[in-house]
Design a protein around this ligand. Structure first.
Ligand code: SF4
Ligand code: FES
Length: 338
């Protein structure tokens, strides 16, 4: 008889889920889905070693495990903390977490320019979403922001370090998907910057994926840059017989023109299959593709509805005055959108 698989039970914001030992709290939350999934700006399930850099996924472990129910003394990064049997976790039901996340967003925005209206990533930027959900109206930072010149990484990708949040995802793409390592993070602390070692072109066949994994507008597609706003385009899933990759992509149409090609993204904003540069940059005719169907876009997405995500708080927030206060801004916004 097959041995029964061991599962750990973890409860996140009051919702229990059974997961395999070794699963991170973030991935356990993803198995539940919905609002309780912590935001992740650096973790990327397809990139080994990613996570632990941005702290946006902080959660509170209010009960360590069945065997040792003591709470963890500090908030923990859910992408880097594995579940224990009987663990209880709070995400959006913890005022402490909501407050800490606000602080993290403030730090991420210390050097990031607040120029969403002119940024190519606007409408599909994770930091924009995060700022909308957790950002403060004013910055308390009194010093000048770091600024950099734009750098062309090869002829198809542009890096604008001003917008980089040093999540390392592009570095992992360069390390793990391509066979040349010319790109990394130089210096430390406030001086850290993404560099291609004397700005050498990254001409590898899979390097275009750095554009898809970048959560902000730091790495953009020069063949699409400023051609259109993403919410005016219509995404359609398509595929082709490609010798280098799965050939499964999303085509972004304006009228009959394909303005850009990207990998297909799942509900957590991660690409399902990394695609090659030929699919991404060199096949922009409808005749190059077999069209499948319009891409399923989250109905709350700005791409779909021209307005932002409507925060629907779980009942526990509506019932508890402390939680109501902690989530006051989001609740007010929900009321306005109704
Ligand atoms: S360029 Fe983008 S993907 Fe690379 S570290 Fe910066 S934010 Fe992350
Ligand atoms: S997603 Fe966990 S620290 Fe960045």
């Amino acid at each position: 008889m097959a041995e029964e698989e061991v599962k750990f039970r973890v409860t996140i914001d009051g919702i229990p889920v059974d997961v395999a030992p070794g699963t991170s709290i973030l991935n356990a939350a993803r198995q539940i889905g919905g609002d309780i999934v912590p935001p992740a700006m650096c973790y990327y399930s397809k990139l080994e070693g990613s996570g632990g850099k941005c702290r946006t996924c902080l959660v509170k472990v209010s009960k360590g495990s069945e065997k040792d129910p003591r709470p963890m003394p500090k908030l923990v990064a859910s992408c880097r903390t594995t579940v224990m049997d009987g663990m209880e976790v709070q995400n959006i039901t913890s005022p402490e977490v909501v407050d800490a996340r606000k602080g993290v967003v403030e730090f991420l925005l210390i050097n990031h320019p607040l120029d969403c209206p002119v940024c190519d990533q606007a409408g599909e930027c994770k930091l924009q979403d995060l700022g909308y959900e957790h950002g403060a109206e004013q910055t308390r930072y009194e010093f000048g922001r770091r600024t950099f010149e734009r750098i062309d990484i090869g002829d198809k990708i542009q890096l604008h370090m001003n917008r980089c949040i040093l999540c390392y995802r592009c570095v992992y793409v360069a390390n793990q998907l391509t066979n040349k390592r010319e790109h990394g993070i130089l210096h430390r602390g406030d001086h850290s910057e993404i560099s291609t070692y004397i700005e050498e072109a990254l001409d590898n066949d899979f390097i275009g994926n750095v554009i898809d994994v970048c959560p902000v507008g730091a790495l953009t597609d020069k063949t699409f840059r400023f051609k259109n706003r993403v919410w005016f385009t219509k995404p359609v899933d398509a595929h082709r017989d490609c010798p280098s990759c799965s050939g499964k992509v999303t085509l972004w149409y304006k009228g009959a023109d394909v303005l850009r090609v990207t990998g297909r993204k799942d509900e957590f904003g991660e690409v399902e299959d990394f695609i090659c540069n030929t699919c991404r940059f060199d096949t922009k005719q409808t005749s190059d593709w077999i069209l499948e169907e319009p891409t399923q876009v989250d109905k709350e997405s700005v791409i779909n509805s021209n307005h932002y995500y409507n925060f629907s708080p779980p009942p526990v927030i509506k019932e508890n005055p402390v939680l109501q206060e902690a989530n006051a801004e989001q609740l007010a916004r929900t009321e306005k959108l109704k």
